[in-house]
Design a protein around this ligand. Structure first.
Ligand code: HPA
Length: 275
């Protein structure tokens, strides 16, 4: 995994130096349409870059502008259950960090564990549980990225949680926030597992995001997270089907676009103030 080669390849394709990164979760890929002056870079064109094997997960970077903020979007991500190492799964986040982002908005499709979370809701991630997956930081620590033992007290930036709440308020959407747990998948959970996760304090469950949030915090990138709740978690509703989950998630990409636009508008306002 020659990160420098990958960075050079991307820099050959565009002059944009992204400030914020966005990872679009399963079914949310259409949200890339709000990016202006877009350059598309398929993952498969980047030398050595991991590419998704899951149908319906288009794999490319989209670089351009949202509300004049230079952004890099990932339309599709690779998952641990595809057989990649955790290091490969978080490589794209590290590449975005090395390209210059200071902010990362992670999105995913998730199952709702908390009673208050219904299909169609979007949950602001306030914290996460990583204990059921391996850490992306295992192995020799790359000091150029971050410290050996990074603090995880506040993974999801408080100020960004407030911006997201304002965005929901603005869109007249119910504000729902909670704890996301990443599990490996690819099988969905059993009802007994969901009862356990609930006891442990999880509100929503999915197969991504947490490892990326850890890798981003390791590098000092500020993180925000959103889960599109596509189904009630196992045992709390009907049987789970990937097709139904993706269909539900797709229906939420318009809502997500509005939140992304609001977020970037606020980011620009605050960033300009900080300059
Ligand atoms: N479990 C795990 N991942 C998911 C779910 C779920 O219920 N829904 C969407 N992604």
């Amino acid at each position: 995994m020659d990160r420098d080669k990958m960075i050079s390849y991307i820099k050959e394709k565009t002059n944009i130096i992204p400030k914020a990164g966005i990872v679009l979760g399963s079914g949310l890929g259409d949200a890339y349409s709000c990016v202006k002056d877009a350059t598309y870079i398929p993952y498969s064109d980047i030398p050595g870059f991991p590419t998704s094997t899951v149908a319906g997960h288009a794999g490319r970077f989209v670089l351009g502008y949202i509300e004049e903020v230079p952004v890099i979007l990932m339309q599709g991500r690779v998952h641990y259950y595809e057989g990649y190492s955790m290091e490969a799964v978080v490589l794209p986040v590290r590449i975005m960090g090395m390209l210059g982002i200071d902010t990362l908005l992670l999105t995913n499709a998730a199952g709702g564990i908390a009673e208050t979370l219904l299909p169609g809701d979007i949950m602001i991630i306030e914290d996460h549980i990583s204990s059921f997956i391996t850490s992306p930081l295992i192995g020799a620590n790359d000091e150029t990225l971050g410290v050996r033992f990074p603090d995880m007290t506040q993974v999801y930036d408080r100020e960004y949680i407030d911006i997201l709440k304002d965005a929901f308020h603005h869109q007249k959407m119910d504000i729902k926030q909670g704890v996301y747990i990443q599990v490996s998948g690819p099988q969905y959970e059993t009802p007994a597992e969901i009862r356990m996760y609930k006891k442990l304090g999880a509100d929503a469950v999915g197969m991504s995001t947490v490892c990326e949030a850890i890798a981003a915090r390791h590098m000092g990138i500020k993180v925000a997270g959103l889960s599109s709740i596509c189904n009630k978690a196992a045992g709390l509703g009907g049987e789970l089907s990937h097709t139904d989950i993706i269909d539900m998630s797709r229906q939420m990409s318009d809502k997500l676009i509005k939140i992304m636009i609001y977020f970037m508008k606020e980011y620009k306002r605050r960033y300009n103030e900080w300059m």
